[in-house]
Design a protein around this ligand. Sequence first.
Ligand SMILES: Cc1cc2nc3c(=O)[nH]c(=O)nc-3n(C[C@H](O)[C@H](O)[C@H](O)COP(=O)(O)OP(=O)(O)OC[C@H]3O[C@@H](n4cnc5c(N)ncnc54)[C@H](O)[C@@H]3O)c2cc1C
Length: 409
Amino acid sequence: MDYDVIIVGAGAAGLMTAIIAAQGGLRVLLLEGQKKVGAKILMSGGTRCNVTNKAVSEKDYNSQQIIYVRNILRSFSNERVLQFFKDLGVELTLEPTGKYFPVTNSGKTVLDALLRQIKATGVTLLTEHKVRAVTKDQKGFIVKGDNFQFNAKNIVLTTGGLSYPTTGSDGTGYRLAQSFGHAMIETSPALTPLMTQDNDFKSLSGITMEVLLTLFINDKKQHSFRDSFLFTHVGFSGPSALDISRHWLRAEGKKQLTANFMGAYDENSLLTHLRHLQQESPHKTLKSFLVEFMPERLALLILKKSKLQGELTMDQLDRESRQRLIDKCVHYPLDVTGVLGYSKAEVTAGGIDWAQINPKTLESKLTPGLFFAGEIMDVDGRIGGFNFQWAWASGYTVGQALIKDRRST
Ligand SMILES: Cc1cc2nc3c(=O)[nH]c(=O)nc-3n(C[C@H](O)[C@H](O)[C@H](O)COP(=O)(O)OP(=O)(O)OC[C@H]3O[C@@H](n4cnc5c(N)ncnc54)[C@H](O)[C@@H]3O)c2cc1C
């Protein structure tokens, strides 16, 4: 047998699995289809790499089996991730948003440290080795590519999902898993910008502000995200839009997305505030009121959609006009026509079904010795370092399971 384990895909999950397994004394081969490894680590967080978050729980993720996700996250917590990187010489700093970044503000620091550890632990890393097929006989797994073939006792699929396929994650991993009978939860792009045909918004391109987005499915409020929001020339982006994209896309039934541009105000508190202003500042214009909350270009659009003049003063605002204004300020309907898709998605929703995976070890229930970690699985997190946290925690879990397996044979 050439190796104890072959790991397919050298992204965050593959690198972590390889390091943990090799630290435990296993002979590890890490195969990567691309010329360079860890493309997503380098591009993540605007090239700053948001490694993890201050507070991680299963509530930050989506999956058919959220309790399994919770247990894996607990087995390698964010604190353990901080310690792991500290031991590799990577200092991480906490930002007010709860996100951890390397103090160097560079994903390269994270990738370089992982690669140093890959070398130090004796992992054999081969790039430009795209795996095309995996089979199993009595002796173990046979891994084949265009001009190579290797054998190993175990195999780990850490090939990622379908997001940003230019980085190498093109879905071959799903097909390899399916060739062993594994089922899939239907995939879709997640953390991807939203598109609109509404030309009024296009004139707002470049405006960024905090917005509360709410998704109604069949008129029922289902998902809300309050975070930074960006108007683009094709639609909406920024963390709140990215976070809601997978829910919008996967919603079944009538769906409506609304935006609240008024900070902490909701419909009731805004009504109280406006009534107060009508008493206390009767000559305040609607425009001067709105620009306290938002850039002028957006204020003008809200006035236009509310069919109100900006010069109108508070004392001229009748009950019905006030309600129209409130509606457009806190329940503005965003006419979303689609999402930008996998090419711009930070992550993939859905993936390999938990039904045929041991939730403690991440080993296949169908084919002993076959493991999964990272984005290939049916897990996707929200913005904030949660997807890397999943890659580190699931990679760690598989690494540990491999070491245990060797000890017990
Ligand atoms: C623009 C962008 C920004 C992001 N920012 C953040 C962030 O700041 N924080 C965060 O937590 N998450 C972020 N993410 C998400 C995060 O990068 C991913 O969730 C994470 O990288 C998934 O790790 P992975 O190892 O499972 O998969 P990947 O990183 O996709 O790695 C899979 C690897 O497998 C290789 N591979 C695929 N098929 C084969 C094959 N057949 N043979 C050999 N090799 C193969 C691929 O080339 C690739 O190198 C971002 C993603 C993107 C696209």
